[in-house]
Design a protein around this ligand. Structure first.
Ligand SMILES: NC(=O)c1ccc[n+]([C@@H]2O[C@H](COP(=O)([O-])OP(=O)(O)OC[C@H]3O[C@@H](n4cnc5c(N)ncnc54)[C@H](OP(=O)(O)O)[C@@H]3O)[C@@H](O)[C@H]2O)c1
Length: 199
C-alpha cells in the first residue's frame, strides 16, 4: 500500500514509518519540516499535501499538538491550540482523505490514553482525545467508497517519558505502539479505537 504518514519524524511517527517499511509498504513521510510539507492546523496545507503526494491508499496521522498543564493554569489559548491542532487538524485530515484516498483506503488518527484514563494536568488533552474518539466512531458510519477510519490510542511512550526525565516504567516503546497503526491499515476494522497495549 502507498501510505502517507503525517508526523513521520516524531517519536511515534518514526516508529510507524519503520514498521510500515519493514512490511514493504511504500511510505511517504510528511510534517511541517519534512520531505512532504504539511501543517495539519491548516486545511489548505493538507489539500496541497494530498495533491503533491498523488494517489494513496492510506493516511496515518501521528501529529497534533495539545497542552499538558495543571487545570488552574490552562489558558484559553492552551485549549484553543488542542482544539485547532490535535482535534480539528486531524478531523480535517480525515475529511480531506475521505475524498482523496483510493477506494477501500484507510485513515488512522492518533488519540491517547488520557481520553479514558485522565491524569492531573490532562484536562485539555483529555477533552481533545475524547472528542477524536467520538468523531472516529461516528464518521466511520458514513465513510464513502469502502474507506475505513480508525484511531490508535497510545499510552505514555517509553521514549517520551525518558525525554521528559520521567520514570519510563509505565511506558510502551514506540516500536510496539507502531504495531497498532500497522494493524489499523492492514486489517478490516472500521471505527475502532486501537489500544496499542492490546494490538
Ligand atoms: N509520545 C507519547 O507519549 C504520546 C502518548 C499518547 C498520545 N500521543 C500523541 O501522539 C501524537 C504524536 O506524538 P509524538 O510524541 O510522536 O510527537 P513528537 O515526537 O513531538 O512528533 C510530532 C511529529 O508531528 C509533526 N508535527 C507537529 N505538529 C504538526 C503539524 N501542525 N502539522 C504537521 N505535522 C506536525 C512533527 O514534525 P514537524 O515539527 O516537522 O512538523 C513530528 O514529526 C500526538 O498527537 C500526541 O498527543 C503521544
Amino acid at each position: 500500500m502507498k501510505v502517507i504518514v503525517i508526523g513521520a519524524t516524531g517519536t511515534i511517527g518514526a516508529a510507524v514509518v519503520k514498521a510500515l517499511a519493514a512490511r514493504k509498504h511504500e511510505v511517504i513521510g510528511a510534517s511541517r519540516r519534512g520531505e512532504l510539507r504539511v501543517d495539519i492546523d491548516d486545511a489548505a496545507s493538507i489539500r496541497a499535501m494530498f495533491a503533491r503526494a498523488g494517489e494513496a491508499d492510506a493516511v496515518i496521522c501521528c501529529a497534533g499538538n495539545a497542552v499538558f498543564k495543571p487545570f488552574a493554569q490552562l489558558t484559553d489559548a492552551d485549549y484553543a491550540l488542542g482544539l485547532r491542532s490535535k482535534l480539528m487538524g486531524q478531523v480535517a485530515v480525515a475529511r480531506i482523505a475521505s475524498e482523496r484516498l483510493r477506494d477501500g483506503g484507510a485513515i488512522t488518527l492518533t488519540t491517547g490514553i488520557l481520553a479514558l484514563q485522565p491524569a492531573p494536568g490532562s484536562a485539555a488533552i483529555s477533552l481533545v482525545n475524547a472528542g477524536l474518539e467520538g468523531f472516529v466512531r461516528a464518521a466511520a458510519l458514513e465513510m464513502p467508497r469502502r474507506i475505513r477510519i480508525n484511531a490508535v490510542s497510545p499510552p505514555w511512550v517509553t521514549e517520551t517519558l525518558i525525554q521528559f526525565g520521567m520514570d519510563p516504567g509505565p511506558g510502551q516503546p514506540a516500536a510496539e505502539v507502531a504495531r497498532a497503526y500497522v494493524a489499523s491499515i492492514e486489517g478490516a476494522e472500521q471505527g475502532k479505537i486501537f489500544d496499542s497495549r492490546r494490538s
